[in-house]
Design a protein around this ligand. Structure first.
Ligand SMILES: [Zn+2]
Ligand SMILES: [Zn+2]
Ligand SMILES: [Zn+2]
Ligand SMILES: [Zn+2]
Length: 801
């Protein structure tokens, strides 16, 4: 997903293999700019690779298709009829994204969606959609129905006077349009009269929707900003040495849970779903389905969760939380990206991030830094000693080499300069990878030239250069000098991303949200550059935790850190999730060998890693631990049972498939069957998995979920407690995973009125989640609401439990 699709990777590899040895060697040795110039000739229009790429892009179509719009709207109506309003709203959004702006069809989508939102209790958003329908030319004859919905919404929001005014407007409209006939109009009139009564009584709905509360008092944490690192706490300082590169160190003792860094992404790009299958079907047999992806759930620009998305005017892919976000995105980058949708999906998120980075930076800043990097390469020794870091001790200050990425005052800011100075490790990437990245960047630039978008990119910042439509006269073999500069920066960014890409993850709520227990799983939302966060080195046993809100990251100390210690982030391979060999393998993409405490300990001791012990197979006949590589033998000598790893792995995959089926039963409201199936899986698993295997925990977790949907809170709690034990052995008692599990348990105990247990679980969850997500996070707020609610219960109930 980060990289281009498989077919394009193979195509680029074939192209490289077909090159003469001389050219291939030249390409390998060439600096980025030179490599791009050479590569440009390889992707001429009409060349085999160009044709293949074009075909791949068509599969990932992001244009507007009326047939798709019709399908989504009908499917939306079907779900609406069944009372699945959440699904219906999403489908109407899909439909809207395929209609032309300002068309009556798109206004129908908005009007339908407003009805779904009304049923979901999102009255404010419903009003927005009604206004949207009207502004997109909603048919006049249908208007009364929608306007009555508006009256109802206003009533539910307690805005009685507004409701009365709106009502008067509908009455007026009906009077002007003349007497209505037919059954539909009869019901309309009946509704009108009902509402009139309600308005007269000044009645408002008993329970106004809980929306848009919160943001009011966000920052109550103590925070002192660092003078020289933007967004960082004053308790950190930036250091640099040959061995560690740039890194951050505690300059004073840090408490557990203290915030250390708050940074807005310099650039972020929403990731399409893991399964690319939907986007990459052959267009000849295009089928639409109601599956939703990140692009349907989150704003294309700010990553806010979408309720009533505003579609892009040009494509069906980009959807926004508001018109404002849509306009800003268009202005900043999307007018360039919009027609490139299919290409960008084909080339992967890294290429997309690279393009958006240069668009956000602007041509003049990009060309300044690219040119400066050429000069720096020419006279390396002199130019670097300019940046002094104020917090360096005087003795080392003169001797310290400048810290790259700092400005002339020695400040490190979250700016394009900082992004540009992240290490691309150009010499360490494999020649194949570099070639693929180069060819992909050339493809983007070719497309920009072809689509006549070049002027738009360059004009924005460099009107003085007066670059007219001269691009058209260029021979098709080369890029214009300006585009060549943009391409060079983009290639640099693609290479940087391998080591510096930061995933933005959120805890996504699963299911339709009607259950009393919210089940969340972490999902990767976007890929981003965070130049300050990038200063942190990796450890498999980090001392911080990162959480995200929209495109902003917050770093907190997950344990006390004493002055002088380095701050460590985990790039992915965590000691609790993988054994040392796997971690080292994964970390090789960052071009270093991890020498963190956890790795050293595991490498030195001959013991089997704890992870592999916990996630191991056990003997089908005596339940003792199985040992070995390809053939596993029972560790109990008296038993001596042996079996191939392959057959146990197959068994495991079967089990996972059955668990998935059980969850599908649950989704179809067949809870009893789901329970039966999960219990069967559990029995089966007990025969060949160790009792601490993560999958054992997952099954307990699923069982808890099913019982919760049935309102059987005690059973649910019992299963969840077992899942919690397993999570604790794997991730540790104060891990964020533990926090999420305890949160679920708190909800279950709360619903089951197990007051004292609920209160103590809330306290445990609160303690852990505050450290990882901060005191202002949604989950902490929900825990506090539960606590308040429990404490306000009448004494009589409290005593009964
Ligand atoms: Zn937005
Ligand atoms: Zn678009
Ligand atoms: Zn390590
Ligand atoms: Zn055995």
């Amino acid at each position: 997903m980060a990289l281009p699709v498989e077919e394009w990777r193979r195509c680029a590899a074939r192209c490289r293999a077909a090159l003469g040895p001389a050219l291939r060697e030249r390409l390998e040795a060439a600096p980025l700019g030179e490599a791009l110039r050479l590569g440009c000739g390889l992707l001429r229009p009409g060349a085999e690779e160009a044709v293949a790429l074009q075909r791949l892009c068509r599969r990932a179509s992001t244009g507007k298709e009326p047939a798709a719009a019709r399908w989504y709207r009908q499917e939306g109506n079907r779900r609406f009829g069944r009372g699945c309003y959440g699904d219906a709203a999403l489908l109407y959004s899909q439909a809207a994204s395929h209609e032309l702006p300002g068309s009556p069809e798109v206004s129908l989508c908005f009007a339908n969606r407003s009805a779904a939102l009304f049923h979901l209790g999102h009255f404010e958003v419903c009003l927005e959609d009604i206004a949207r329908a009207q502004s997109h030319g909603y048919p006049d004859r249908l208007l009364p129905k929608v306007l009555l919905r508006k009256v109802e919404c206003l009533l539910c929001l307690g805005r009685v006077q507004d409701a009365a005014d709106a009502l008067a407007a509908v009455e007026n409209k009906i009077a002007v349009d003349g007497i209505m006939t037919g059954p539909e109009h009869q019901t309309l009139l009946k509704k009108l009269n009902q509402l009139k009564l309600k308005v007269c009584e000044g009645e408002s709905c008993p329970e106004p929707a809980r929306e848009a509360c919160g943001d009011a008092q966000r920052e109550s944490e103590i925070w002192e900003e660092n003078d020289s690192i933007s967004g960082a706490s004053s308790s950190l300082s930036l250091k640099f040495n040959a061995e560690k590169g740039r890194h951050l160190v505690a300059s004073q003792d840090i408490l557990q849970g203290q915030s250390l860094l708050k940074e807005e992404a310099f650039v972020s790009v929403l990731c399409p779903e893991e399964e690319e299958s939907r986007l990459l079907q052959d267009s000849s047999e295009m089928v639409w389905d109601a599956q939703v992806t990140n692009a349907d759930l989150y704003c294309h620009r700010c990553l806010k969760q979408l309720l009533a998305s505003v579609p892009c005017r040009g494509c069906s892919y980009a959807k926004y939380c508001s018109q404002n976000c849509a306009d800003t995105a268009w202005e900043q980058y999307h007018r360039t990206e919009c027609s490139l949708g299919g290409l960008l999906l084909t080339l992967g998120v890294f290429c997309h991030v690279a393009l958006r980075t240069v668009l956000l930076a602007g041509f003049s800043e990009v060309s300044r830094l690219v040119e400066k990097s050429h000069n720096d390469d020419e006279d390396l020794p002199n130019t670097k000693a300019r940046c002094k870091h104020p917090s360096e001790a005087p003795a080392t200050r003169t001797g310290t080499r400048a810290i790259p990425g700092c400005n002339d005052n020695g400040q490190y800011q979250s700016s394009y300069r900082a992004v540009f100075n992240l290490l691309p490790h150009a010499e360490k990437h494999s020649p194949e990878h570099k070639f693929l990245c180069m060819l992909s960047v050339v493809a983007i630039c070719r497309k920009l030239q072809e689509a006549g978008l070049e002027a738009a990119i360059l004009n924005r910042e460099s009107s003085e250069k007066g670059s007219g439509p001269k691009a058209c006269e260029k021979t098709s073999d080369e890029l214009s000098p300006e585009l060549q500069i943009m391409a060079e920066a983009m290639l640099r960014h693609v290479l940087q991303l391998q080591c510096n890409a930061q995933a933005i993850t959120v805890m996504q709520e699963l299911g339709s949200g009607d259950g009393a227990v919210v089940n969340r799983k972490p999902v990767r939302l976007a890929t981003a550059f965070f130049p300050v966060l990038s200063l942190l080195n990796h450890s498999c046993s980090p001392n911080i935790s990162v959480s995200f809100s929209g495109t902003a990251a917050t770093v907190r100390a997950s344990q006390p850190i004493s002055s002088g210690q380095e701050i460590f982030h985990c790039y992915g391979p965590h000691r609790c999730r993988m054994k040392v060999a796997e971690r080292q393998q994964l970390l090789s993409q960052y071009f270093f060998e991890c020498r963190c405490q956890a790795c050293l300990e595991e490498l030195e001791s001959d013991d089997k890693s704890v992870v592999s012990m916990r996630n191991s197979f056990c003997c089908p006949s005596c339940q003792a631990l199985m040992q070995g590589e390809d053939v596993l033998c029972c560790s109990n000598e008296a038993c001596a049972h042996s079996v191939s790893r392959e057959s146990l792995s197959r068994h495991l995959r079967d089990l996972q498939r059955q668990i998935k089926q059980a969850l599908e039963l649950l989704r179809d409201s067949k809870a009893d069957e789901a329970i039966k199936m999960l219990l069967k899986c559990q029995m089966d698993a007990g025969n060949f998995l160790s009792p601490e295997h993560l999958l054992m925990g997952e099954m307990e977790d699923h069982l808890a979920q099913v019982y919760a949907t049935l309102g059987k809170w005690q059973e649910a709690a019992r299963h969840l407690e077992r899942s919690i034990q397993i999570v604790e052995t794997h991730h540790g008692p104060s891990s964020v995973e533990m926090g999420h599990e305890l949160f679920k348990l708190a909800q279950i105990l709360f619903n089951g009125f197990a007051v004292s247990e609920a209160l103590s679980t809330i306290q445990r969850a609160e303690k852990i989640l505050t450290v990882h997500c901060g005191p202002q996070s949604t989950q902490i707020r929900e825990l506090q609401e539960m606590k308040t609610c429990l404490l306000e219960l009448p004494r009589s109930i409290l005593q009964r439990t």
